[in-house]
Ligand binder design. Sequence first.
Ligand code: NAD
Ligand code: TYD
Length: 340
Amino acid sequence: MESILVSGGMGFIGSNFIHYLLKTHKNYKVINVDYLTYAGNPENLIEFEGFDEKIYKFYKCDICDFNHILKVVKNENIDYIVNFAAETHVDRSIDNPDIFIKTNILGTQSLLNVAKKLKIKKFIQISTDEVYGSLNFKDPAFTEDLPLKPNSPYSASKASADLIVRSYFKTFNLPVNITRCSNNYGPYQFPEKLIPLMINNAMNNQELPIYGTGQNIRDWIFVEDHCEAIFLVLKHGIPGEIYNIGGNSEISNLDLVKNLLLILNKPETLIKFVKDRPGHDLRYAINFKKIKNELSWEPKTNIEDGLKNTVQWYLQNQDWLEHIINEEYLKYYEKMYKYR
Ligand code: NAD
Ligand code: TYD
């Protein structure tokens, strides 16, 4: 049985990836290492607590801690590493970039050093389309060969990590892939991000803060589609290659929020336009022809169904939300929105 180390597996996409692996590909052992920052939530994987340790195991571990990760990777005979662990929220990176540089750049390099030392079969770096920078409304979508032009401390830290990952392939022949995906949505997403934030506020009849004019465009992908693409890249991606992953669903923030209000049967008067995010990227759009042609992948979920499912999930999992929306989060929310 091969084994996959998932870093950041208690976060949004990492936990969805572990659900996907344990339910769909039962012939792998999954080792989850996560430092349990504010974004790491053991409740995301509660159904695997007490699971057979030959199949699934969790270690509380910082990816920056080389010796600890080395020990885990060695003892668990890891074949593959999929690196989700990161600081991920753009607004927090504007407030305080330091931890983004440490975790996203140095943490990734530390993981790469472990992978190199123990000669693992494949290292997958979960990156983002934000490394390409921002598009104008009529620009063609991002392709993998574009230069990197990140605009936020978050995207700059992810772009830096991508370059270090590339260098370990070129210099040390470490088999790597980099995936660059657009904005994810779905179950278990921390409510500081646009979609769960708006769902939660609307459910509680609170204001929905839209930055600037709300005309900024994002491409949205249902998280399960992303997980499927990552697995295909892990198994069949050509070492050294970068794969864009997109949802085929470009929509402005304002239209997206109006759709959520429709689904929730709440009034548009809840919308409040607030001060814009500094350096706010105008538009992201993904050209994913490469993964479609090479690995026969394309997203299965259209945004209408995906949003309905997601709203349904949050309505049915209000306990999950209540546990996350603790004092620390409320303090953060007040700080972030007071000045807007
Ligand atoms: P998230 O913030 O929900 O989860 C991040 C996880 O990493 C948390 O569980 C946290 O505890 C863990 N972590 C943070 N620092 C750590 C450290 N030093 N050591 C070990 N674990 C640590 O993030 P997410 O939305 O699930 O994103 C996962 C990855 O996907 C990130 O690398 C992100 O850049 C990338 N990505 C996210 C999106 C998106 O829309 N959410 C889109 C494209 C790419
Ligand atoms: P976000 O979920 O933070 O993802 P990213 O910045 O990585 O794309 O934000 C998605 C979009 O929604 C982005 O254009 C910023 C905007 N936004 C708001 O308008 N209001 C909010 O409260 C948040 C969190 C985001």
